[in-house]
Design a protein around this ligand. Structure first.
Ligand SMILES: Cc1ncc(C[n+]2csc(CCOP(=O)(O)OP(=O)(O)O)c2C)c(N)n1
Ligand code: SF4
Ligand SMILES: [Mg+2]
Length: 302
């Protein structure tokens, strides 16, 4: 779905919906420098969603979609939950999987795309809730990491089953009382980032979605490392403001409070040695690319 790939036949142009004409004309696909700053203007991201008003998942979606290195060559795999309400609105290829099966589906998809498109990079990105990733889908999540499957898993951690009214999840905090879990959680939040590291992920980050530039960086790193080396995992706190009774701005504050150094979403990152090497190489190439662009600009002006 790059500008080159989505075209309207001239004879059909006038009858196509204005939104589609606009998408073809103004898409940022194919622009290597696209990022979260494009969310206000780029049509192919999400214009609308059916989440609760102000839900942090909606901004997380926007930042992630804007940060994909090659959206036109990306397939996202979703699972049942609040996230699955958003996928029908996004301009990125995506597959809905049976609840919990997302990492198994992504495995087959990534392998099939590699065979079907030799020599062309196809990114697969799983995006699912904590219930899907950690509880019902834990087997599929872990087995994909054990097998070193080359795709990124993103968990929108809202620490409960939001879509079904607030049941307890393995990532819920100890003692938390939810609408459908009135007794309170009796054990600690499962430490999935640590499990991901021990299960073979090459890049693991635990953080909130309060800082778009940080999200852009970790998404790009995770996808590039998954392409070249092996599995990567991002656990992003997207509080369910409906469950905790907050509005949009209070939801943002909730994230800021939870990312303080001693809190459960303080920024934590693990990078394997192989992945570190790759990031260093990529940074050197990027520096060279910028220097070359500067040289060319200077020669045009001269
Ligand atoms: C196989 C299967 N089991 C259970 C359900 C019911 N179900 C739908 S959404 C959901 C919870 C989703 O929780 P989570 O993955 O944390 O996503 P959230 O809604 O919190 O974003 C459950 C249990 C289902 N749809 N399919
Ligand atoms: S129920 Fe919670 S997680 Fe789901 S859309 Fe509403 S605020 Fe967001
Ligand atoms: Mg959840």
């Amino acid at each position: 779905m790059s500008l080159e790939r989505i075209k309207i036949a001239p004879e059909m142009y006038e009858i196509m919906p204005p939104e589609y004409q606009d998408l073809v004309k103004n898409a940022t696909y194919g622009n290597e420098n696209r990022g979260w700053k494009d969310i206000g203007t780029s049509k192919e991201l999400i214009e609308e969603h059916s989440l609760c008003a102000g839900c942090p998942e909606s901004m997380a979606f926007r930042y992630i979609l804007a940060s994909l290195p090659a959206p036109e060559d990306t397939v996202m795999v979703g699972s049942t939950g609040c996230t699955s309400l958003v996928f029908p609105h996004v301009g990125i290829h995506n597959i809905h999987s049976l609840f919990g099966n997302q990492n198994a589906i992504a495995t087959g998809l990534k392998r099939a795309l590699t065979v079907r498109f030799p020599g062309r990079i196809k990114d697969v990105v799983v995006l699912a809730g904590d219930g899907a990733t950690v509880d019902i889908g834990l087997d599929m999540t872990l087995q994909a990491w054990f097998r070193q499957e080359k795709f990124t898993t993103i968990c929108f951690d809202n620490e409960l089953y939001a879509n079904t009214g607030g049941q307890e999840s393995g990532l819920m905090q100890k003692g938390f009382v939810a609408k459908m879990a009135p007794v309170g959680k009796t054990f600690e939040k499962v430490r999935l980032p640590e499990i991901a590291r021990e299960s073979g992920c090459h890049y693991v980050v635990n953080c909130t979605v309060s800082k778009p530039n940080l999200i852009e960086k970790v998404i790009k790193n995770a996808i590039h490392i998954a392409r070249e080396i092996g599995p990567t995992y991002l656990q992003l706190y997207t509080p369910c403001i409906l469950e905790i009774g907050k509005n949009s701005m209070e939801g943002l504050q909730e994230m800021r409070d939870s990312e303080k150094p001693t809190e459960r979403f303080a920024y934590r990152e693990y990078i394997s040695d192989q992945a570190k090497e790759l990031l260093t190489e990529m940074a050197a190439k990027e520096k060279e690319r910028k220097a070359e662009a500067k040289r060319q600009l200077a020669s045009v002006k001269a």
